[in-house]
Ligand binder design. Structure first.
Ligand SMILES: NC(=O)c1ccc[n+]([C@@H]2O[C@H](COP(=O)([O-])OP(=O)(O)OC[C@H]3O[C@@H](n4cnc5c(N)ncnc54)[C@H](O)[C@@H]3O)[C@@H](O)[C@H]2O)c1
Length: 256
């Protein structure tokens, strides 16, 4: 049949984006809102979420939820999932984007600092995925995207061993989840950006950034929209045959 109705096709899908207060997460969340999805902006910063809530068009307000929580907090995640289900009755998409980065050398990393990066970047992704998979299984439809990093594939570029280890851990988590959920209409993929324009990246000093750009074949850092469009594709109906994959988005910095 030509031109028949397409199942939901973006409209009506409910997406959770963690770390949506700024940077990549914000761009991913706004892209999904643009496509007609209902979007849950999650961030530990109430202030960033409040600003977004204030700035968003009045006619989109009924498609947004803003939840302040720390992705390390299992109970808070559970409460958030309950709130979303009460309001919208389903959860289709989870983008584990919240992350922190440090560039401390191994000999100087304290145990607290190590545990803090692993728990936000890796444990947070695990906890959120664990909290939504039964809902996605019931729906027999789900998309989980873990925003990992080039650092998790290649080792640190501008980051420490704790950051790279947490990002490598997300790649392993992606593959295991993809395998475990493959019979339930749920796909799980990872994205591995190298350097993408963001408030965090603006903290790099100019000399360091110039050196990095010098090594990127495409000759520039990436744009946030280039990542958010890729996430959108992986969350679409047509991407159903892609699971357990890692998508490099790095201007050719790593070719494999
Ligand atoms: N920007 C890049 O070049 C780049 C490259 C590779 C990977 N990444 C990954 O992409 C993701 C986003 O990067 P970004 O540059 O936009 O970061 P960013 O620092 O600009 O934004 C991260 C957001 O996550 C939130 N956050 C931090 N810890 C949290 C927690 N415990 N609970 C809830 N929210 C928390 C912050 O408040 C912030 O709003 C991160 O996982 C990062 O590792 C970014």
């Amino acid at each position: 049949m030509l031109g028949g109705p397409r199942i939901l096709d973006g409209y009506g899908r409910v997406a959770i984006i963690t770390g949506a207060g700024q940077g990549l997460g914000q761009s991913i969340a706004l892209e999904m809102l643009d496509e007609g999805k209902k979007v849950v902006f999650v961030d530990k910063s109430k202030q960033k979420l409040q600003k977004l809530d204030d700035d968003i068009d009045e006619d989109l307000k009924n498609k947004t939820m803003f939840l302040t929580l720390d992705v390390r907090d299992k109970d808070a995640i559970h409460d958030a999932v309950q709130k979303i289900i009460t309001k919208w009755g389903r959860i289709d998409i989870l983008v584990n984007n919240a992350g922190i980065r440090k560039s401390t050398k191994v000999e100087d990393i304290s145990l607290d600092e190590w545990e803090s990066l692993i728990s936000v970047n890796l444990t947070g992704s695990f906890l959120f995925a664990q909290a939504v998979i039964n809902i996605m299984k019931e729906q027999q439809w789900g998309r989980i995207i873990n925003i990992s990093s080039f650092a998790g594939q290649y080792g640190p570029l501008t980051s420490g061993a704790h950051y790279a280890s947490s990002k490598a851990g997300q790649l392993a988590l992606t593959k295991i989840l993809a395998r475990e959920l493959s019979q339930d209409g749920i796909t799980v993929n990872a994205i591995a950006p190298a350097i993408i324009q963001s408030p965090e990246m603006e903290k790099l000093d100019e000399k360091e950034l110039d050196e990095i750009i010098h090594n990127i074949p495409v000759g520039r850092i990436g744009e946030r929209e280039e990542v958010s469009k890729l996430v959108s594709y992986l969350c679409s109906e047509i991407s159903v045959y892609i699971t357990g994959a890692t998508f490099d988005i790095n201007g050719g910095l790593l070719m494999r």
